[in-house]
Design a protein around this ligand. Structure first.
Ligand code: ADP
Length: 241
């Protein structure tokens, strides 16, 4: 988020990739892609490519971490070294630790974890290709993998960002917009309750801009939610046949 660039991000009311201000990038998703995982999903969101796998519920070790009233919901977010233009150093860094934490907390807010005392539910989110918005894509994919694993949940988590680019409030920032825009506001919601599971902000917005961006991001989440539900319905139909 530098807010400064020589790159023209908006021209004739259209964005770099031809989208309107309130338009999402193309989204494709599927579930049941990793046979060895309890549940899994694959998501393409613009140029982002993400896989998620769920393992558990299984007994949590070491035992001192166990909670007799609920399961630990543990999400690990990892960006592959080849996922970005300049090779990324492999392994965890401050950013991936932060994203793992916020994803764990968001997913914990929907999983009925009290049904699995002393257990752990591990969710692995692997970013194979990154083009901004990977935390939203990762969370969306993770909740699909949990649903595919048959883990009882209140609802899915649907996630999307809005932000400010060249003074305009826009939906779902791509990499150039994320790098050179003025603000990024990723959110995640529990759609049926319209509750927030994540709200972050990088950059500056006025109060009016903030409320416009929040509403736009909410609309984005609801569109993502429709695609998630349809994907799960389609996969159930394939299984039934
Ligand atoms: P998000 O992917 O959730 O938008 P950030 O705003 O931190 O998270 O990152 C924006 C984008 O910047 C990423 O999607 C990725 O394309 C790029 N990026 C992040 N970390 C790195 C890195 N270590 N090396 C190269 N590019 C990176």
């Amino acid at each position: 988020m530098s807010g400064k660039s020589n790159v023209v991000l908006i021209k004739d009311g259209k964005r770099l990739d031809g989208r309107k201000f309130d338009e999402l990038r193309d989204i494709k998703m599927g579930v049941g892609v990793l046979p060895r995982a309890q549940g899994s999903s694959y998501l393409e969101w613009g140029k982002n490519k993400v896989m998620a796998g769920v393992y558990g519920p299984r007994k949590l070790h070491p035992m001192f971490l166990q909670n007799p009233t609920k399961a630990l919901v543990r999400c690990v977010y990892n960006m592959a070294p080849f996922s970005v233009e300049d090779r990324k150093r492999p392994g965890p860094d401050r950013r991936s630790v932060e994203i793992s934490k916020i994803c764990s907390e968001a997913l914990d807010s929907v999983v009925l974890s009290e049904r699995f005392p002393n257990a752990v539910i591990d969710i692995f989110v692997e970013i194979l290709q990154a083009d901004a918005g990977t935390r939203c894509a990762g969370l969306t994919a993770a909740s699909m993998a949990l649903a595919d694993a048959g883990i009882p949940m209140k609802d899915l988590i649907a996630s999307c960002a809005a932000g400010k680019v060249e003074g305009e409030i826009v939906l779902d920032l791509m990499k150039e917009e994320d790098n050179y825009g003025e603000c990024d506001l990723p959110i995640a919601i529990i759609p049926r309750k319209k509750e927030f599971a994540l709200l972050q902000m990088d950059g500056k917005l006025s109060r009016q801009e903030y409320s416009k961006a929040l509403n736009l991001a909410m609309d984005g989440c609801l569109k993502v939610y429709e695609i998630q539900k349809q994907t799960l319905i389609d996969s159930a139909k394939v299984e039934a046949n």
